[in-house]
Design a protein around this ligand. Structure first.
Ligand SMILES: Cc1cc2nc3c(=O)[nH]c(=O)nc-3n(C[C@H](O)[C@H](O)[C@H](O)COP(=O)(O)OP(=O)(O)OC[C@H]3O[C@@H](n4cnc5c(N)ncnc54)[C@H](O)[C@@H]3O)c2cc1C
Length: 389
């Protein structure tokens, strides 16, 4: 089967090329951009449907690690993860979201979970039977994660959680949440632990649902006397910050890949528009100003693609990629925003018409520059890393 030219870059091998061809064929058969109902109930139901669909297609096995627990391999193949997110985002934004949350919501379990925790959660997530969520942010602790106030007090054989988490993707529809809370072993980042909290645990409630420009299930969670068993803690006490950052190291690169998918779709639509739109006796693409725009879009996309798959390839070689993942996430999300904006401009009024693909891309891309570390946070990570040497 054929594959895109960038798959011939040295970051990929034949297995990746074959994977991408099968994935594209599956997406073409099962996912299509349609103007879907954006009401909360409809989006919730669609997310659950997409998780089940991705599970039955076998794709969610690549979002988790551990062959014994239903995963495709013992270690997440970062390039496969990125190819998946890029391709899903190209075809259908919400399916990328549904896939991504299965990975982000279990990343801590895949990386640091006990065999018992892995057995209990990963097979259901890999098959699409359970939905996962990652609860780190709080109203007063977003970029400044270490300022979190949600507490986990030791009590008998476990902990009792108190506090709030906000902006939680899959909030309200997840079957369980990986929650980070202050367990108090030390001040700041060293006194945080990670816990798996089942959605039906007494004391956990959905305080508020949040609506955003590109509708996704999102909520504020409230924890009041919420008791979690000691077996539900992930990693050592006080190591929660490390657990969160290691999870983000993997999934930050995949946010870059999702941005590539949105940007690549925008370029695809812009090329089709440039070839077909007649004006002033020729096509839009016959004007040099349009050719210049297309050149900029393609170059922004290739630059972002190179940084993204460099980060993914390095991680697959066993290297730490904090700096490279930050460069990839920053560049891919910022570049995709520019590419999509140019595509909207080339579509004229159609570009802002509700339900048009470039209009939905314009809304989809915006949050990627904010979550899993805003662009400014990525700049700090890169700058500090270079200065410490
Ligand atoms: C759609 C969506 C989904 C999300 N899903 C999840 C989820 O599943 N789980 C979860 O835990 N969280 C999630 N989040 C939360 C997200 O991670 C936070 O919104 C993000 O970390 C920013 O935090 P904040 O919103 O509190 O903004 P703030 O921390 O108040 O930051 C505001 C802005 O300040 C700027 N800034 C930040 N730091 C600096 C700095 N050092 N110097 C200069 N400027 C700076 C940036 O431009 C930033 O956007 C989600 C958010 C959105 C929008």
């Amino acid at each position: 089967m054929s594959h895109p030219a960038e798959l011939d870059w040295p970051f990929f091998d034949d297995a990746h090329r074959d994977f991408k061809s099968r994935l594209d064929a599956w997406c073409t058969a099962h996912l299509a951009h349609t103007q879907h109902d954006e009401s909360r109930e409809a989006v919730d139901a669609e997310c659950v449907r997409l998780v089940r669909l991705l599970g039955s297609g076998g794709w969610l096995r690549h979002a988790v690690a551990g062959s014994a627990y239903g995963a495709a391999s013992d270690r997440i193949d970062t390039r496969q993860l990125c190819l998946l997110r890029e391709t899903l985002a190209f075809h259908h934004g919400l399916s990328d979201f549904a896939f991504a949350m299965q990975g982000l919501g279990t990343g801590a379990i895949s990386l640091f979970g006990t065999p018992e925790q892995k057995q209990r959660y990963l097979p259901r997530v890999a098959s699409g039977q359970a939905l996962a969520a990652f609860a780190l942010s709080e109203p007063e602790a977003g970029s400044d994660v270490a300022a979190m106030q949600c507490s986990a007090s030791a009590s008998g054989d476990g902990h009792v959680l108190h506090g709030r988490k906000t902006w939680i993707s899959n909030g309200g529809i997840a079957d369980f949440y990986v929650v980070f809370a202050r367990s108090g072993e030390a001040p700041g980042a060293r006194g945080i632990s990670a816990f798996i909290v089942d959605a039906d645990t007494p004391g956990l409630t959905v305080e508020e649902r949040i609506d955003v420009v590109a509708p996704h299930p999102l909520a504020t969670l409230q924890f009041e006397h919420c008791r979690v068993d000691a077996r539900q803690r992930i990693g050592d006490a006080g190591q929660g910050f490390k657990v969160a950052m290691a999870t983000l190291d993997v999934f930050r690169t995949s946010v870059a890949a999702a941005a590539l998918g949105f940007g690549r779709r925008a370029l695809h639509e812009a090329l089709a528009r440039a070839r077909s739109r007649q004006m002033f006796g020729q096509t839009l693409g016959d004007f040099q100003i349009t050719q210049s725009k297309i050149a900029q879009m393609a170059t922004l996309l290739d630059a972002a693609t190179l940084l993204t798959y460099r980060a993914a390839w390095l991680r697959d070689q066993g290297q730490r990629i904090t700096r490279e993942a930050a460069m990839a996430k920053m560049t891919a999300t910022e570049n995709a925003q520019q590419i999509i904006d140019m595509a909207v401009q080339m579509h004229g009024g159609m570009g802002v018409r509700k339900g048009h693909i470039v209009e939905s891309l314009y809304r989809e891309i915006r949050a990627l520059r904010i979550y899993e570390g805003a662009t400014e946070v990525q700049q700090l990570i890169i700058g500090k890393d270079l200065l410490k040497a």
